[in-house]
Write a protein that binds this ligand. Sequence first.
Ligand code: PCP
Length: 382
Amino acid sequence: MTAFDIVPPEAIAGGRATDAYFDRTVESLDHAGRNPHVVAEVTADQFPTGEFEVLAGLKDAAHLLSGLPVDVHALPEGQLFDGGPVCRIEGPYRDFAVYETALLGFLSHASAVATSALRAKRAGPDSQVLSFGTRHVHPSIAAMIERSALIGGMDGISNVAGGEVIDREAGGTMPHALMIAFGKGNQEDAWRAFDEAVPAETPRIALCDTYSDEVDEVIRAAETIPDLDGVRIDTTGSRRGDFRHILREIRWELDARGHDDVDIFASGGVTPEAIRELRDVADGFGVGSYVSNADPIDFALDIVEVEGELAAKRGKLSGTKQVYRTPDGGHHVGLADREGPADGEPLLEPVLEDGDIVREFDVDAAAERALSDAERVAFGAR
Ligand code: PCP
């Protein structure tokens, strides 16, 4: 028995995080002395639907398959796609069959989080859009959530251990618990203790909604912390009324007292719609469940060729495919051995060659790709 119900990394790497029917498949193939050379593709929609999504999770997927006798092609992380394969595996089927479950899980969940993150960031391109949502999900996936949020273009993360795994520092200032620990009427003591205690490089952002009116707490915080960088307003939903009006009032009263340089951050149930509605009156947003609770993308792995012959189950498309981006933002799916669109850029590139990883996985490059491709295909534009 272990303290936490978490499948360990060694079990995932060893192919044990599999559906049992893949074990039965391997036993049956062994029994029959079969190990056909196949091409298998990871696909959500067979044809374009007009809805783009963002690929993430490829770093983990590549490490899962490394060392196996397979060649793998995939879109780069941060690439937007609309139908067709995002990843292709070629090799003896029996050798990679048990990895399907974990492979799809890595790609499905991370891509969904990155897609929601990109929607949030596209809603506030000039705002600080921060990932606050790991509290809503199992702690064992915090690093995946934070990495995928960054691939989707978000500007910062909050989970400390998640950040350590991906080599990024988590940010954050104070919860309501700190304010309550000092007691009602003593908000100044809480803000002052924070200001005196935390390192100089930590931004001074005071939470201003715990006990009294937001404007009242904001003015008091600005008078308490000499170099206040910002205030965070997380007004509970039941007390919110006209949130935009509250933020405008805060801006007005700060400016009227010469605190033009104090930024306003909003959090609590923030969605892309809320960001669009508030982005001219707030400087940044903490976004939680909208990103962390994204529904995993419905990827499937399908065999499309067996020993060089076309193959497919009903409803799926046979043959090895390539996908292309055209300068007009079009996403095209075609057979890999046919001519693609004249001005199309092929998007599936080598990831593993005979089990060796031949690609680098850089979060910043992936985020840049996501933001520029989003512009090109008008993702999240309004
Ligand atoms: C913020 C807010 C939400 C969190 C962050 C974001 O927390 O209240 O719970 O998730 P969401 O976008 O899904 O709403 P704090 O204000 O720091 O929470 P607490 O009240 O625990 O101090």
